[in-house]
Design a protein around this ligand. Structure first.
Ligand SMILES: *Cc1c(COP(=O)(O)O)cnc(C)c1O
Length: 361
């Protein structure tokens, strides 16, 4: 028996065990081809089928039509921070950014390197503890787009309502909560997500972009920096991250087998309820860091009375097989990243451990 620990890593993060087993089974001989998918040409029919099926699965799960192009890119979500303003801000135009955390603020800063940005809202002064009310988001009517981060991975906050932006295209970094809940994805002109949290391994970034927005893309950019190149060539202009796309396909099939977004949302709701209840039941010891109405279902952040106890907590948890719970180095504390692949049983183990640990000190 192979021992599998509870994995709360923020990213790369837990993958469904069934997916890992399929990868293992198929690794040496991919579906009778006699070679590994790692060794196949990205132009071979085996990979083409994977590529096409992954596009179909994304559209199906997110409820999108063929007017949305599904792209597989490299460079992580962080490269998107720069590509978006490079492709979509015309000379003299300004783009609007909602600043709700470290990644949202990085996106804003990258924009400022290549174009002009307007800060539509910032909770930086409040240590990013909360998200805006829709009425607090303010931006020029002719903004090139409004950018926000749907789930703030480091701070543990998540949007549950999205602004109606009318003619201003809405863009979201959904790296840490894509495909974890139902959402009206059609509200967005562009969605992007590094795969390594909810969709697969590191190395592939999903971009979903609506045709009317894609058509607005600037001409004259270097080939690999233009979204049009990926859309016109089914993400096969150059060699795509083939292994990442393959695993993403398996993860999407796994999500489907769990009842799609309805199914995973239900499971995720049960997980976060259990964990936040344990935190709130001991407010003198465990303190949630995000405002209650901004709390994330994916990244649950908390503090203990002091750093020494936090370190002891992390060490003791590790001994119990609960891994990856140290908060981001920029904020400290504890963070449980409870993405789709983390089970309810793992949360139950954690909650039991939290009770035991509190009594032990
Ligand atoms: C992890 C993360 C990123 C950074 O992703 P990379 O793929 O490492 O560039 C960006 N945004 C959010 C919301 C994230 O969670």
């Amino acid at each position: 028996m192979i021992k599998r620990n509870a994995n709360f890593n923020p990213g790369p993060a837990a993958l469904p065990l069934d997916v890992l087993k399929t990868v293992q089974e198929e690794l040496l001989d991919y579906q009778g081809s006699g070679i590994s998918i790692l060794e196949s040409s990205h132009r071979a029919k085996e990979f083409e089928a994977i590529n096409d099926q992954t596009v179909v699965l994304i559209r199906e799960l997110l409820g999108l039509g063929t007017d949305y192009q599904v792209l597989f890119m490299g460079g992580g979500a962080s490269t998107q921070f720069a590509l978006i303003p490079m492709n979509f801000i015309e000379d003299g135009q300004i783009a609007a950014y909602v600043d709700t955390g470290e990644f949202a603020s990085k996106a804003l800063k990258e924009c400022q390197i290549v174009a002009r940005a307007h800060v539509a809202f910032s909770s930086k002064e409040e240590k990013y503890r909360r998200l805006p009310k829709m009425s607090e988001i303010k931006y020029p009517e002719d903004a090139a787009y409004l950018h926000l981060c749907s789930n703030n991975t480091i701070e543990g906050t998540q949007f549950w309502e999205f602004p109606d932006t009318g003619n201003v295209p809405l863009i979201a970094d959904m790296s840490s909560d894509i495909a974890s809940r139902r959402l009206d994805f059609k509200k967005f002109s562009l969605i992007y997500a590094g795969a390594q949290k909810n969709l697969g391994p590191a190395g592939v970034t999903l971009v979903v972009i609506r045709d009317d927005f894609l058509a607005k893309g600037k001409k004259g950019l270097p080939t690999m920096l233009s979204y049009k190149t990926y859309a016109d060539n089914k993400s096969l202009y150059n060699t795509p991250p083939v292994f990442g796309v393959y695993i993403m396909k398996l993860v999407l099939e796994w999500i489907k087998s769990k009842g799609g977004l309805v199914g995973v949302e239900k499971l995720n709701a049960a997980k976060k309820d259990l964990l936040y209840s344990a935190i709130d039941a001991a407010p003198d010891f465990y303190k949630g860091t995000a405002d209650k109405d901004s709390r994330s279902w994916m990244n649950v952040t908390m503090r203990l009375p002091n750093e020494d106890l936090e370190n002891k907590f992390i060490d003791a948890a590790k001994k119990e097989g609960l891994l990856g719970i140290k908060g981001h180095r920029s904020v400290g504390g504890i963070r449980f990243s409870i993405y789709n692949a983390v089970s309810l049983e793992d949360i139950q183990k954690t909650v039991d451990f939290m009770g035991k640990f509190r009594k032990s000190v």
